[in-house]
Write a protein that binds this ligand. Sequence first.
Ligand code: 4AD
Ligand code: MG
Length: 462
Amino acid sequence: MEHTRIAALLRREGGSEQVTVKGWVRTKRGNKNVAFIALNDGSCVSNIQVVVDLAKIGEEQLKPVTTGACIRVDGRLVASPGSGQGVEVQADSIEVYGTADPETYPLQKKGHSLEFLRDIAYLRPRTNTFGAVLRIRHAMAFAIHKYFNEHGFYYLHTPLITASDCEGAGAMFNVTTLDMDNPPRTDEGRIDYSQDFFGKPCSLTVSGQLEGELGALALGQIYTFGPTFRAENSNTPRHLAEFWMIEPEMAFYELDDNMDLAEDFLKYLIRYALDNCREDLEFMNKMWDKGLLERLQFVLDHDFVRLDYTEGIRILEESGRKFEFPCSWGCDLQSEHERYLVEEHFKRPVILINYPKEIKAFYMKQNADGKTVRAMDVLFPQIGEIIGGSEREADFGKLYARVNELGMNERELWWYLDTRRWGSAPHSGFGLGFERLLLFVTGMSNIRDVIPFPRTPKNAEF
Ligand code: 4AD
Ligand code: MG
């Protein structure tokens, strides 16, 4: 490669060596004698300053070098006399790869609103903010694989197209090749899915867990990391219709082991970000969330609180707080409740366990009290629920009874039930919402701003 990435150049001393840089112009300023171009190539948040002697490169040639244009610069890397950067490039020649008409290029000034940038999500990676977010996103994805690899987990690829509803919430997107204007019908007038591509109704998966459990009951410890889909019509800053989930599943883990893993895993990822994404995190801290670095460090330095759901409800009831949705035993916690426990009562992350079985999925291990299941939700400051998981029901009879009690289609789940028939084992797992993690790590407040191309109700642009 004949050019050097800007992140690497900025780490050098600058002894007048010949360099080539390629990137996109952020700004150009100057006077009659000299022009300064701030150039960025996406390798870091910082720009490199390109200094152009107008006696050497004429003004005419610099005309197309405007904000947004893509250029190649050949020159010498020298120590910079100006403040703010260690080195700069003294240009010998400039080649313009692609111009960006100032009349039409949308990213002219700094400080566009996040709402505006969402409308031009195809260009926003070129901003400092989204450059930082996307680099952090990459680093976190890498760290997730690194963590599991170091801990003896295997990456299992679970299907995206499925005929079973893992969470039992019914919020699934159908996958079909039938002619929607004129679908084949059964004698009873229903749509005849036996003529569909897969010969039965299928959907995009809401979770890889069920297949993940099969993996754990063979390989011992697996994880999935892939896109999941939910057709819930929740237009909130914390929900996407397409989001990425990380789902470890472990044989011979009970709920306590599951909690230990979740805490260790989250802390590892946060530490990895602090160690490897310093410049981007400092940028996010300065621009968007002044408490970010402190909050990340705080989570590292404190044990998570582990608390029974029943105890959590008691705290909420005794808080004297007027919640928008009042809460009593049996209710599903809203984000306002979760955040009260985390941000105001305990002031640190909370793992809430042993939820009522009615508000949790069918596969969770039933407690002896007949009312609760061995669920665990990890609740984080600013976010609320970042992880949902449980110990799984390993007993065939109990699982079978629960599936029937809930009126689920046991014929679609035969293979899952079979795992409890042969060589069943205690096992546990959880799901970490990748974008919820990124909300926490970047300090962004809307989940649409931590994924390159958000999918939300009425929005599938780009
Ligand atoms: O709590 P959930 O629904 O749990 C499961 O899907 C289990 N099968 C996971 C498991 O035990 N293997 O989802 C897990 C996490 C949530 O805690 C949240 O972080 C995230 O996924 N999540 C979403 N993130 C963005 N948009 C949505 N619509 C989300 N729904 C859940
Ligand atoms: Mg959940």
